[in-house]
Design a protein around this ligand. Structure first.
Ligand code: NOJ
Ligand code: CA
Length: 568
């Protein structure tokens, strides 16, 4: 069993995007020895688990989420010995390692797909193959079998002449989906998970696991085909498959999190309640769509805070009622940086204007809600969007596809660049800002993705040990989360902050006789909250130098983007 087995409800997880974390050998790409070299930094931050994004052999069409061999290490990231060294060194510091399992699809370069293309019947049955619409002969592709669109733009079907069929890919054409109705596929995937369990890891993150079980009938969806994602999510056998995987791979009791693309609340409860024996917790993404105009990621609008509040209220209270458990996060390698999204654009003055307040406000929120907080590398420094000057600076396949789609739709280059700068996944993938020096101390070579200019100001070395810095603030929150049971286990209830505070999100946690109230203002102007029963409560942590104090009538004046946790 796992060497590090902590109660996931009391833990804090740190996500490492390996390619951008720390480069040990000057090739411009982060690697396993780079992570090992930063373990003391992570131990000082106080985190319990590291989730490391995929480092398996891969043609890197989707930065490692296109895996060509599940049980090996891509030489660019190091060797199996480097991996064992990392695991042992993390364990010495009481830190557990969680690996990223990409079992919904392989790379087209995976041996299974290659064998299928070579005509091996057994492996043809590993993938989802269909004839084309209107095809008259075996070698005539016809049209794609359905109107389904893949996640990165374009049809979800690709014609492969060697197969004589179209194959389904919910993501890039280089990522064919596996057919989980095939017991041999399920057994092969369980072997992969068991392999890493036996190698000493402590937990797993499962990539787009809500999409494992496809609908029994694969047919057109209404509209432009992008609705196929919700159709595929939480499919007919997904819970059975997960239970079987946990059983067969022998990972019951290990910490696990599922990435739930387009999943519903009811299913997230089922995935994560203990009696299901599926997962410890789930990621959902509904709160990160509140700035999509008309639900379209590539159409910009200001974040809708009323919707944000409703989404959190619903997910927090109902997951709790159903016995489920949330994974709490604002950022990951698929998201632009939340600090920029929610108004922290000004990095001015000695301490940093709205940048500082928004960064700390978001941290206060995720560290005091129900669930397990995740820190994405650089959150703890206050890293922001990249602000690239040219489309040539971007790397991500989704960003490049959508830049092209925006131009085809009539946008100017300047407009399309602006949208991509706001929405690109590369914003979350820029190199970790270790120092104010060249390439932010990430590499001695040329980084694979350009370092944002603000690393001269926002970096670990400059924040280390500096009272009030973002880094020290995060450390204090991790400590608080470990020390104050009400934050980990208390009952959550959302509160109404009154008509004069429409941009405020407030909630309480209660355990025994202890009550905390968290107040977060997303407003760039001052406001006043009422009705939170704050009279007599003490501010335990806040994002301004002087703590906010409730008036005798319990009302509270808040400064722009102010946030605090009160305790009684
Ligand atoms: C979710 C991952 O986080 C993302 O980076 C990837 O592109 C897709 N799943 C497909 O694997
Ligand atoms: Ca390297």
């Amino acid at each position: 069993m796992a060497a590090v087995q902590k109660d996931f409800k009391k833990s804090v997880v740190y996500q490492i995007y390996i390619k951008s974390f720390c480069d040990s050998n000057g090739d411009g790409i982060g690697d396993l020895p780079g992570i090992t070299s930063k373990l003391d930094y992570l131990a000082r931050l106080g985190v319990d688990y590291l989730w490391i994004t995929p480092f398996f052999p891969s043609p890197q069409r989707d930065n490692g989420y296109d895996v060509s061999d599940y049980c090996a290490i891509d030489p660019v990231y190091g060797t199996m010995r480097d991996f064992d060294t990392l695991v042992a060194a993390a364990h010495e510091r009481g830190i557990g390692i969680m690996l990223d399992m990409v079992l919904c699809h392989t790379s087209t370069e995976h041996e299974w797909f290659q064998r299928a293309c070579a005509g091996d019947e057994r492996y043809r049955r590993f993938y989802i193959l269909r004839d084309g619409r209107g095809s008259m002969r075996a070698d005539d592709p016809g049209e794609p079998p359905t109107n389904w669109q893949c996640a990165f733009g374009g049809s979800a079907w690709e014609w492969e002449p060697r197969l004589g069929k179209w194959y389904l890919h919910m993501h890039d054409p280089s990522q064919p989906d596996l057919d989980w109705t095939n017991p041999e596929v399920r057994a092969a995937c369980a072997d992969v998970v068991r392999f890493w369990r036996d190698r000493g890891v402590d937990g797993f993150r499962f990539d787009v696991v809500s999409l494992l079980s496809k609908p029994e009938v694969i047919e057109d969806v209404p509209g432009d085909g992008s609705a196929c994602r919700s159709l595929v999510a939480d499919g007919p056998h997904v819970h059975e498959y997960l239970q079987e995987l946990v059983r067969e791979a022998g990972i019951d009791g290990m910490v696990t999190v599922g990435e739930m693309a387009s999943s519903t609340l009811e299913h997230c409860i089922r995935y994560s309640r203990p009696e299901s024996n599926e997962l410890s917790m789930t990621f959902n993404f509904h709160h990160l769509k509140v700035d999509y105009a008309g639900g379209n990621k590539w159409a910009l609008t200001e974040p809708d805070i009323a919707s944000l509040r409703d989404i959190f209220r619903t997910w927090q209270e109902r997951m709790q009622e159903g016995g489920g458990w949330n994974a709490l996060f604002w950022d990951n390698h698929d998201q632009p940086r939340a600090i920029t999204r929610f108004g922290g654009r000004e990095l001015v003055g000695e301490r940093g204007g709205s940048w500082e307040h928004v960064g700390k406000m978001l941290a206060i929120m995720s560290f005091s809600m129900q669930g397990t907080p995740y820190i994405f590398q650089g959150d703890e420094l206050g890293m922001t969007n990249a602000g690239y000057a040219s489309i040539a600076d971007f790397d991500d396949v989704e960003s490049k596809n959508n830049y092209r789609i925006l131009l085809e739709g009539g946008a100017t280059e300047e407009e399309a660049l602006h949208v991509v700068n706001e929405r690109s996944r590369d914003n979350g993938r820029t190199p970790m800002q270790w120092t104010a020096g060249e390439h932010a101390g990430f590499t001695t070579g040329t980084p694979w993705l350009a370092v944002p200019d603000n690393h001269v100001r926002v970096n670990a070395q400059g924040e280390e040990g500096v009272p009030g810095s973002m880094l020290e603030f995060y450390r204090a929150l991790v400590r608080l989360r470990h020390e104050l049971p009400v934050l980990a286990e208390g009952r959550v209830r959302f509160l109404d902050a009154g008509v004069a505070a429409p941009q405020v999100i407030a909630f309480e946690r209660t355990l025994g006789g202890v009550r905390t109230v968290t107040v977060c203002s997303f407003d760039d102007a001052p406001c006043c909250v009422r009705g939170l029963e704050l009279a007599g409560m003490q501010c335990m942590v806040g994002n301004y130098d002087e703590a906010p104090a409730p008036a005798e009538d319990g009302s509270l004046e808040l400064r722009p983007f102010e946030a605090a946790i009160f305790l009684r």
